[in-house]
Design a protein around this ligand. Structure first.
Ligand code: PLP
Length: 362
């Protein structure tokens, strides 16, 4: 019986050739491949600039430093997201103010206004599982209260909101290239996209030891640079992204068709083009189903079993968290089914057959 993995990375001869080309170029850090990749990423997201970094977490950390984020500042963010969304905030001493989720698993935009205080400085909408947040109301609230907005696009490269690709819609967008993401560099990596030239310049300096040029350091920065081999790989992956995302959508369509009524399938808003980083259902007897599928050679996941408002790293610092009933209800029912850019419909059918068998249907 062939195993069905939760996700899988694409590697072919073109990817290998790109890595070799960079290897033999004699240039290894922030060279031609990185420059070209940054240009392509900016164009793809519809922003003026892209700045590569060693991960989403680190490029966002230096973004927050460049924005002047300080202790006592408050940032609106969903609790139902990967923990790294919180980390740069926490390192700056800022308080994550948690927003509950709606039916799409993304933050409920109707809750934002009530959570704003004189200390609020920004909002981080997370396009979770590849489904875009309803950004227009987020941007309207942000404009009214003079807040910055950072799109967390780590799971949503290529997703669209009202026909526009995510990342360049808000003033800032950040991507991750970790191996499981829709676009990977087969290692760690991330990038910031923005059309804010002044902030971009500070982020570029902070990324590279605060350099203005080789021997002039205006700021004390970091080393969160990017390398040529992974940039060369990323460029090939970006050229294939649309095909991978289209395949993910095809798998999702099959799951929708066969699983609606068996489990609670995810919604896709009318204005959304989701790219299904994860296909997350809500179901009864979740843990039992997960064990059953494992026995059938089908790998699943729970993203995420502990919401951020219950993580010790958060509660030690910020013990008073308001109730988030929809987030708490979701974490006990969610199950991520296998999906990736090259998954076959036959594999999706096997997953559907196994779930139907578990619930005693045919
Ligand atoms: C993966 C992920 C991150 C962190 O990305 P890294 O590149 O691993 O730092 C942040 N936010 C979300 C929603 C993610 O899925």
């Amino acid at each position: 019986m062939q195993k069905i993995p939760l996700s899988r990375c694409f590697v072919d001869d073109e990817v290998k050739a790109a890595a070799l080309r960079a290897l033999e170029s004699g240039q290894y850090i922030l060279g031609k491949e990185c420059q070209a990749f940054e240009g392509e990423l900016a164009r793809h997201a519809g922003a003026a600039q892209a700045i590569l970094g060693s991960s989403w977490t680190m490029i966002v950390y230096v973004l927050h430093l460049a924005q002047g984020l300080r202790a006592g500042d408050e940032v609106l963010v969903p609790s139902h997201t990967a923990f790294p969304t919180m980390e740069p905030l926490i390192h700056c001493g800022a308080r994550p103010v948690f927003v509950d989720i709606d039916e799409s698993f993304c933050l409920d935009v109707s809750h934002l206004e009530a959570l704003i205080t004189p200390r609020t400085v920004g909002i981080i909408p997370v396009h979770l599982y590849g489904h875009p947040v309803d950004l227009d109301p987020v941007l309207a609230v942000a404009a009214k209260h003079h807040l910055w907005v950072l799109e967390d696009c780590a799971q949503a490269q290529g997703a669209q909101y009202k026909g526009k690709t995510v990342g360049g819609i808000a003033p800032f967008g950040a991507f991750s290239f970790f191996p499981s993401k829709n676009l990977t560099v087969l290692g760690d990596g991330g990038c910031l996209v923005t059309s804010d030239a002044a902030t971009a310049e500070r982020v570029r300096m902070l990324r590279n030891h605060g350099r203005k040029d080789k021997y002039h350091h205006e700021l004390a920065g970091f080393n969160i640079r990017f390398n040529e081999i992974q940039a060369a790989i990323g460029r090939v992956m970006l050229a294939h992204l649309e095909r991978f995302n289209a395949n993910r959508r095809q798998i999702a369509a099959r799951y929708h068709e066969r699983l609606a009524g068996v489990v609670r399938v995810p919604v896709e808003r009318p204005w959304a083009r989701a790219v299904y980083h994860m296909y997350v259902v809500r179901c009864e007897r979740r843990d039992e189903l997960q064990q059953y599928l494992k026995g059938q050679g089908i790998e699943t996941g729970i993203h995420y079993p502990v919401p951020n408002h219950r993580q010790p790293a958060v509660t030690q610092r910020f013990p008073n968290v308001p109730p988030l009933p929809r987030t708490d209800a979701a974490v006990n029912a969610i199950l991520s089914l296998p999906i990736h850019g090259e998954m076959t419909l036959e594999a999706a059918d096997r997953v559907c057959d196994a779930i139907a068998a578990f619930y005693g249907r045919r």
